[in-house]
Write a protein that binds this ligand. Structure first.
Ligand SMILES: Nc1ncnc2c1ncn2[C@@H]1O[C@H](COP(=O)(O)OP(=O)(O)O)[C@@H](O)[C@H]1O
Ligand SMILES: [Mg+2]
Length: 330
């Protein structure tokens, strides 16, 4: 069976894409599938800021990926462009495969000491079935390096005929789509070449959004862009499955008002014949409210489910991952 693919998309930054990506990946990897084994999950960090990678790999990213950009998604995109890779393989991925070495994912835990300094300790948690393709700051160069003309075609010597610039990642994904149950992608805050490669690759989209005036402002335009891209891509069905309000709190009426506005606007979109495919199954999720425990979990390099996070934070992450998990049954 092919992996369930999900990207966290918004061209606005600071809306919780990274927080949700990493926490969804960890929560799904901590969940048992029908065969009695935990789901195999791959997180792809496609944002040059590399926040997900540093969150999941900590010191390992600083010591091993930062000095070696070829070990990141940037390296993979560069090798595709140069015709030096036909498929993403075990050696392109950070994580444990059968009889492999111990996975470094979440292997360090950051402890902040009383004097404000911090130290890393070895974590006792073991995540053999959670893997990552990390990002590197160099990923920004993908936008400059992948050149295409008006027809969008790129000639690459690994492929027998020219391919569209947005198909490149998907073209090399046979192994990962077969091996994993879930592939989660943390998108960059733009809709350029890397994002289009992700949109082409993924079937499911979740849009994190802060429910306030400025942040909800661009959502209609974002939906129109995704629709335009999927029309351009042809027959691959894309669905925006959820809008996840983030960084809000129940005490401020301004947030619930904007959640209602979002809700109404999605109901209107759904009724439009043009958008029923893209938004037919879209729901406004509970999302993840602003909790200090989420900030602390990030600083400790632990996912919410593995940290002394407040119960509501954990419940909210689990409510969303239960929905994602149910897509496997469709
Ligand atoms: N639910 C939350 N509660 C508290 N802080 C959060 C929460 N979600 C995200 N943050 C913080 O908000 C900032 C932006 O979140 P992030 O996930 O990095 O957004 P993005 O990836 O969209 O840029 C980060 O500093 C993160 O630590
Ligand atoms: Mg981010």
């Amino acid at each position: 069976m092919s992996a369930c693919t999900l990207c966290l998309l918004n061209f606005k930054g600071g809306v919780g894409k990274t927080t949700l990506s990493v926490n969804f990946a960890a929560a799904l990897a901590n969940t048992q599938g029908k065969n009695g084994q935990n789901y195999k999950v791959l997180l792809i960090d496609a944002d040059a800021q590399a926040n997900s990678s540093v969150f999941m790999l900590g010191e390992y990213w600083k010591r091993n990926i930062f000095p070696n950009p070829e070990r990141s998604l940037y390296g993979i995109m560069d090798r595709i462009r140069q015709g030096n890779i036909k498929k993403i393989d075990e050696e392109d991925i950070i994580g444990e495969f059968e009889n492999g070495t111990r996975s470094p994912v979440f292997s360090a835990e950051k402890k902040v000491l009383a004097d404000g300094t911090s130290t890393y300790i070895e974590s006792e948690t073991y995540w053999p079935n959670l893997h990552i393709i990390p990002a590197h700051y160099g990923l920004i160069n993908v936008e400059r390096d992948i050149r295409y003309g008006e027809d969008g075609l790129v000639s690459i010597k690994a492929f027998s005929s020219p391919v569209q610039y947005f198909e490149l990642l998907d073209r090399v994904s046979s192994f990962i789509k077969e091996y994993y149950d879930f592939i989660i992608i943390d998108c960059p805050p733009n809709l350029y070449t890397m994002s289009e490669n992700i949109l082409y690759f993924c079937d499911n989209i979740v849009i994190p959004v802060i429910p306030d005036w400025l942040s909800t402002n661009g959502i209609n335009w974002l939906i129109m862009q995704v629709k335009a891209f999927s029309a351009k891509y042809g027959n691959r069905k894309k669905e925006i499955r959820g809008i996840a309000p983030t960084l809000w709190n129940v005490r401020e009426l301004v947030f619930s008002r904007h959640i209602r506005i979002l809700s109404r606007s999605i109901e209107i979109w759904k009724k439009s014949e043009n958008y029923s495919d893209l938004l037919g199954r879209c729901e406004i999720w509970t999302g993840l409210q602003r909790f200090a425990s989420v900030n602390k979990s990030i600083e400790s390099l632990r996912p919410v489910i593995d940290y002394q996070a407040s119960e509501p934070a954990r419940v909210q992450v689990e409510m969303m991952t239960n929905k994602i998990q149910s897509w496997l049954e469709e």
